[in-house]
Design a protein around this ligand. Sequence first.
Ligand code: EZ4
Ligand code: CO
Length: 406
Amino acid sequence: MKIVDVEVLVTCPGRNFVTLKVTTDEGITGLGDATLNGREQAVVAYLREHVVPLLLGTDPHRIEDTWQSLYRGAYWRRGPVTMAAIAAVDVALWDVKAKVAGLPLYQLLGGASRERVRTYGHANGRDVPELLDSVRQRQAEGYQAIRVQTGVPGLEKVYGVHTGEAIAHNPTRLDQRAVPVVEDWDTGAYLRHLPTVLEAVRHEFGPDLPLLHDAHHRLTPLQAARLGKDVERYDLFWLEDCTPAENQEVFRVVRQHTTTPLAVGEVFNTVFDYQTLITEQLIDYARSAVTHFGGISALRKLFDFAAQYQVKSAVHGPEDISPVGMAAAIHLDLAVHNFGIQEYSGHTDTTNEVFRHAYTFTDGHLHPGEAPGIGVEYDEELAAAHPYDPAYLPVNRLADGTVHDW
Ligand code: EZ4
Ligand code: CO
């Protein structure tokens, strides 16, 4: 079998998504997600200019060889643009292979290790009462584990909290001239406030509800260590991205001081970002996305490596991962033994119409469905009615104007 056509498709049914579509001489198609939120067109160009010409005429069954040749052949290794492009190719080829086999992808990954995939959803509020309402709303939708984020008194726009027009979590478009939203930040105020938020949530919902929290790379090692310690009594499922983890060694400081479980990895793109964290057992959950980590092949290897150190999977699944990337994640979640939890925010109705998918969400759990391949079909006509719309992620600044980690 040969690859005869490769297309890079861009659509914005609520937010921008980049999809790779591979077609074989036997008329079989495969889809891969290449969405790099806020930097989408860099991956589009990387694929169109440098990857598509290399794929034409090759055997789609040779997934590992294609992966290695794109990774090693470029000479320039790693990085989010490269790894998102490779991920899209990898997932599209797995989709083709599973369709040829007539099986849902998880069967080719070793089959189901569980009946269904546990998820967590996001609850947000400007203040505690609004957050409690949001938790109730998520519970009504079926979620059985919930990430809680609130505003901080004195700060106007904080990550993960919806504040009217400027939705901090989402890219914001300003007419034709896309500029980032500016959020504000004060770590001291946040560190004082968060334990009171968790106290209120535990008081309202009791000890059994699994609760998560995302610090979004904003703390120093000592601040993270102190926060982990301060919130131990609230029994978090995890504290996410407590420091910017380019410097993996800082997790030694955090780990020494707290038994709050730690999760990291949504901005990582290869196993090398995790080496110290995993071999020294400095984290509990590896949170990379299929889409940003070189695909199913690479993430499977990461999780097998992590399993030896009792580190579990927790694939990144925000709204900016397309249903193609979500589907790939759900197949992998069902198959790997050391599955931890899957982040799941769902998508807009229009997104679900553009990307019709076999996966289902019931009682807070996902299942990939039994359609051959990854189980996603792309409606090109509907997608074309929602063209690319430039958008940026926010930037974060302290009160004196200094740029802070976002
Ligand atoms: O901010 O995916 O855990 N989820 C997150 C996400 C990220 C976005 C960035 O594109 O932190 O909401
Ligand atoms: Co996060």
